[in-house]
Design a protein around this ligand. Structure first.
Ligand code: 3PY
Ligand code: MG
Length: 271
């Protein structure tokens, strides 16, 4: 069965979406995260060691719904939306990620409307796009059990997320946002600062202002806006700023933060 994309259905209902990153290529990380009832995950293949076999295992774990009491509050059944960030705007990789079962694709470093069109076309079967078709042989269709339903529905259900991470990309947001099939614009604060000549590990007011100019442009274009928290802001503060989706932390960063807090508390008391 092909379900309604949970991110699309929440956005259509005017709800905000909280997500987490999966960087460790671990199905157990995915299972833990899914058990929290988080709205979406981003399986990261731009950074980290992720591969498509790992992504398949993570997507199986996301759907298992076996821990944490998820799905008892009216959310789409089947766990968080699985969005896969591809390494680059690469049509063959996007095809393989979708075939593996990703419900959304996130493309880094999009700078022009032409690049946005390339990404959207890679995410859609003809005639809307140029995604290759092997519906009887792929995990996304239940290995052929759901071929017809998948073909009929996936062009509408797939979620295309484009990242804005450069000055050129910011300048072109009005045109990028108008490309049919672009669902969400995701500002990458770290790369935006880095590509604008700033040190992203110690953001100055000037560096933050560049990211804020991207926010203003996405808002003006009327597109759903996403990012990771930046400038010391919490996820809640990001939502207050007008974000529709926030990807708040990763399996790896949350382990680091938990381990750090436990050790700091121990050292403070016991030395
Ligand atoms: C960035 O900040 O550059 C991202 O890609 C999201 O973390
Ligand atoms: Mg980035």
């Amino acid at each position: 069965m092909i379900r309604r994309n949970p991110v699309k259905s929440r956005l259509a209902a005017g709800k905000k979406c909280l997500g987490l990153w999966l960087v460790a290529n671990s199905s157990m990380s995915a299972e833990i995260v899914a058990g929290t009832g988080v709205d979406f995950v981003i399986i990261d293949h731009e950074h980290g060691p992720g591969d498509l076999i790992g992504a398949a295992g993570q997507m199986q774990a996301l759907r298992s719904g076996s821990i944490g009491g998820a799905n008892d509050d009216g959310r789409e059944p089947g766990g968080p939306a699985a969005i896969l960030r591809v390494p680059w705007n690469d049509t063959p990789y996007i095809k393989r990620a979708l075939d593996t079962g990703a419900e959304g694709i996130m493309v880094p470093y999009v700078e022009t409307a032409a690049e946005a069109e390339t990404a959207v076309r890679a995410c859609k079967y003809p005639p809307a796009g140029n995604r290759g078709c092997a519906v009887s042989a792929i995990r996304a269709t239940g290995f052929g059990h759901d071929s017809a339903e998948y073909w009929n529905r996936i062009n509408d259900e797939v979620c295309t997320v484009l990242q804005i991470e450069t000055r050129k990309g910011i300048d072109n947001i009005p045109e990028i946002a108008q490309v049919d099939g672009v669902d969400i614009l995701f500002i990458g604060p770290t790369d935006t600062m880095a590509t604008s000549g700033f040190n992203p590990t110690a953001p100055t007011a000037e560096a933050l202002a560049v990211v804020e100019s991207a926010e203003a442009a996405v808002k003006a274009a009327g597109k759903p806006m996403a990012a990771v928290p930046y400038g010391g802001r919490s996820a809640a503060q990001m939502f207050e700023r007008g974000y529709d989706l926030v990807a708040a932390g990763s399996d790896l960063s949350l382990i680091r933060a938990g381990a750090r807090a436990a050790m700091d508390a121990h050292r403070e008391r016991w030395g």
